[in-house]
Design a protein around this ligand. Sequence first.
Ligand code: CIR
Length: 258
Amino acid sequence: MLIAITRDISPNFNQCELTHLDRTPIDVELAQAQHHQYQAALRQLGCEVIALPAEPDLPDSVFVEDVAIVLDEVAIITRPGADSRKPEARLIAEALKPYRELRYIESPGTVDGGDVLRVGKTLYVGLSSRSNQAAIDQMRQHLAPFGYAVQGVEVTGCLHLKSAVTQVAADTLLINPQWLDAAYFKAFRLIEVDPGEPGAANAVWVDLGVIYPSSFPKTQQRLIEHGIRLIVVDASEVQKAEGAVTCCSLIFQKSGKM
Ligand code: CIR
């Protein structure tokens, strides 16, 4: 059984962090309605959805992906790169305690979960404006006993590693080679985003299919041509907050290997 932890949209979502985007007004009600559609898509893919309450003082807290990395054996509570987001970590630790033993990233390490792509027993970690080498070193120490390799990957031009690459099938990654060196991923089948849709590389994959935003029709077509089963959702409001579909959930096996 898969669990998907989500958090409702903060009423102060308009005060979110922005790095590469100009601020445009977010319709908070629409954002919450779209979030419900997203949760329904997760259920369609077999997840038991846990909806944590909105946090008014934490504008970006819908992006639960950034504050934890949940593996079968253990979960790492991150230390997010943006100061406004650091208090989110304590809250997600409470939510994850029933499911996993916890490890913590400590100062001077910073890492956002959006920078962490796990494929099998390898964690690729974006070296971005949010995530640093100190966090990578700590992750390596925490995870070596469980047999994980941790590989840093430089990213430029986007917020997180998973803005530039995500998994869409067991052997397949969706990638924007403009934002990172695709050579790190040469062992996989790669589907490139349409060049006119640079932000299109973020998709949520679970065994039964992929949740994908409706705003990238050309890349969507490429995925369909590769035989990927899609559930398409409108993510316009989280996109205005520089979010994407992976950011809004933490998906993991309920039982793990404790
Ligand atoms: C931030 O800048 O932290 C948020 N406004 C967006 C975070 C998106 N998270 C993600 O891609 N994993």
